[in-house]
Design a protein around this ligand. Structure first.
Ligand code: G3P
Length: 215
């Protein structure tokens, strides 16, 4: 399974890339607003650090506007993936962008029927928002599993990108179900690495090493 980092913070992206933890980056308007830079500048900067798919979201909600913004974002770097909301005009734009060879990430997916239509439109990635469903007392990972099954049933090439990940268990469940990608915040990457037994074991080794005779 590929891991993307879900942030526009260039410091976090550099750190995760240096660890070899990530294969790509996803951003959204909320994350970019925190980065405090113009969208194209922020995305170009990320593309300089990470050699992998970088999702950049359009702000338009009509097909013509999405196409204009999507084509413009795609000029930033060949690794840019145009993130499009799962609305009728968005799907029309995805169909066209796909025919032009531009990769797309269909976002804000909350149902298997939406995911089926995104695949029919030719989306490169579908992003089910598992954490936001959990927030509503609905099991978001059930949606992810349904999409994986539907895509496997019909050999769709659209990749399932589990998004809105909130904790390490989401990641493990995504990997067990065979999702293609999980995009995770930096905090969850650090949680994935951390284990108290590792820290205790290392402290013991370093303490015992003081008793080793010097040369
Ligand atoms: O980038 C899309 C998604 O991962 C957002 O997550 O935590 O805002 O629900 P969250």
């Amino acid at each position: 399974m590929k891991i993307f980092i879900d942030t526009a913070d260039i410091g976090e992206i550099r750190e995760a890339w240096a660890m070899g933890a990530i294969d790509g980056v996803t951003t959204n308007p909320s994350l970019l607003s925190k980065a405090g830079k113009p969208i194209k500048k922020a995305i170009a900067e990320i593309c300089e650090v990470v050699d992998g798919p970088i999702s950049a979201e359009v702000l338009a909600t009509d097909t013509a506007g999405i196409l204009k913004e999507g084509r413009d974002l795609a000029t930033i770097h060949p690794n840019v993936v145009v993130k499009v909301p799962l609305i009728p005009d968005g799907l029309k734009a995805v169909r066209q962008l796909t025919s032009e060879g531009i990769k797309t990430n269909v976002t804000l997916c909350f149902s298997p029927s939406q995911a089926l239509l995104a695949a029919k439109a030719g989306a490169t990635y579908i992003s089910p928002f598992v954490g936001r469903l959990d927030d509503l007392s609905e099991d978001g990972m059930v949606l992810a599993q349904q999409i994986v099954t539907i895509y496997e049933n019909y050999a769709f090439e659209t990749q399932v990108l589990v998004a809105s990940v909130r904790h390490p268990l989401h990641m493990v469940q995504a990997a067990l179900m065979g999702a293609h990608v999980a995009t995770i915040p930096f905090k969850v990457i650090t949680q994935l690495i951390k284990h108290p037994m590792t820290d205790l074991g290392l402290a013991r080794f370093l303490e015992d090493a003081k008793q080793i005779p010097k040369d």
